[in-house]
Design a protein around this ligand. Structure first.
Ligand SMILES: *Cc1c(COP(=O)(O)O)cnc(C)c1O
Length: 398
């Protein structure tokens, strides 16, 4: 296994095998190293490890073999030289910012990014002298106009949550590089099974491993993937010195999650496509957002940029918030939770949960209607998912 050369193999083979180093026990499945520290054969070896003269484990805040196996596997799947595992998706974003930004720098982000990311930028990074501008995700000219001489980063999520808008990664990467900026893509919704931003020119990929990489709603974790030069310096030093580190147990869960990622994403896409098409025909449903529908504004771009349309569907019901709540409460098999990327389908009302901190005006600008409902489509039988939503829609209209 140690001479496994990932470049020779396809995505699914790497998902199952990359990053594994067998111990002398000859285990088939990857071992879980629950050890906070590692011992040295001598004082001289300890000194060499601390000085960085000899590679190897020291302490699990920044070197753990199970975390490393996860990092190596995800780096291989995203096509990056290096990966840093973190304690959460948010700490992956924080670690990237701490590694790449300093006071006086400016960052441009798309408007509809994860709400907590907006708070991290506005309420934390801003206190340390970082300036932030927000632009509409799919408006290329707005990105170009927002870049200033001190702009260092462009940050986006595509598809966006919950409206599934799509940005042209290759075009924005070209813009970023022409203007001496770096492009960071939060690839949480697609995962490398459906979209590989680094191949399209992005510099860094962010993950909330909590979502599809785990895939069964168990652990919190995150990851940063990119080039050795960007990740190996200040960014890795921040992880080592500040400690937003991934737990080895969680790394092991994510590592095993990656083995079935391509299969799971295909199943999410199939169920989501069928649910979206079905929803579009239902009375009481005004609008369905899903990149796989031909009337999605960036359907052609999604077809080019992604190898599947993803598992997230949102739709607007007639009757605003009261109707949306009635619908949600009438479902039987959907979990009412804001989490996503689970085998279990989940349903949420963005205006009063994930986007509740926005003012009415901000929400209107972001397109988060009161009647908007978001579904993360899981792996239940599609017949059951449509039947349950059908009876809930009937209850809503009654
Ligand atoms: C959940 C999420 C995050 C944050 O990840 P945590 O693991 O919850 O910290 C960041 N970006 C997106 C798109 C997410 O969905």
């Amino acid at each position: 296994m140690s001479d496994f050369d990932p470049d020779r193999y396809g995505f699914s083979t790497r998902a199952v095998r990359a990053g594994q180093t067998r111990t002398p026990e000859q285990e088939n499945s990857e071992p879980l190293f629950l050890s906070s520290s590692f011992v040295f054969t001598s004082a001289a070896q300890a000194a060499a490890r601390f000085a960085g003269d000899e590679p190897g484990n020291i302490y699990s805040r920044f070197t753990n073999p199970t975390v490393h196996a996860f990092e190596a596997r995800l780096a291989s799947l995203e096509g990056g030289e290096r990966c840093i595992g973190t304690s959460s998706g948010m700490s992956a974003i924080l670690t990237s910012c701490m590694g790449l930004l300093r006071a006086g720098d400016h960052l441009v982000a798309s408007q509809n990014i994860f709400g907590t990311t907006v708070n991290l930028f506005n309420n934390v990074m801003a206190r340390f002298g970082v300036e932030i501008s927000f632009v509409p995700l799919a408006d290329y000219d707005a990105w170009a106009k927002a870049i200033r001489p001190n702009t260092r980063l462009l940050f986006l999520e595509t598809p966006s949550n919950p409206l599934t808008e799509i940005a042209d990664i290759a075009r924005l990467a070209e813009l970023a590089h022409r203007r001496n900026c770096l492009l960071i893509v939060d690839n949480c919704f697609c995962t490398p099974a459906l979209q590989r931003p680094l191949e399209l020119g992005a510099d860094i990929v962010i993950h909330s491993a909590t979502k599809y990489l785990d895939g069964q709603g168990r652990c919190i974790g995150g990851a940063i993937v990119g080039g050795e030069k960007l990740l190996g310096g200040d960014m890795f030093a921040f992880l080592r010195n500040a400690g937003p580190s991934m737990s080895p147990f969680n790394a092991w869960v994510f590592l095993k999650g990656l083995e079935t990622l391509a299969l799971r994403m295909r199943a999410h896409c199939e169920n989501a496509a069928q649910l979206a098409e079905w929803l579009a025909r239902q009375p009481g449903v005004q609008k369905v957002n899903y990149p796989g529908l031909p009337d999605h504004p960036q359907h052609e771009l999604a077809k080019r940029q992604q190898s599947g349309f993803g598992g997230m569907v949102s739709f607007v019901v007639e009757g605003g918030r009261a109707a949306a709540w009635k619908l949600i409460d009438a479902t039987h098999i959907y979990s009412i939770t804001a989490n996503l990327g689970d085998t279990k389908s989940t349903v949420t009302h963005p205006a009063t949960t994930t986007h509740h901190r926005l003012s009415d005006e901000q929400r209107a600008r972001a397109g988060i209607a009161d009647g908007l409902v978001r579904i993360s489509v899981g792996h239940e039988d599609i017949r059951d998912l449509t039947a349950d939503l059908g009876q809930a829609l009937a209850a809503m209209r009654s």
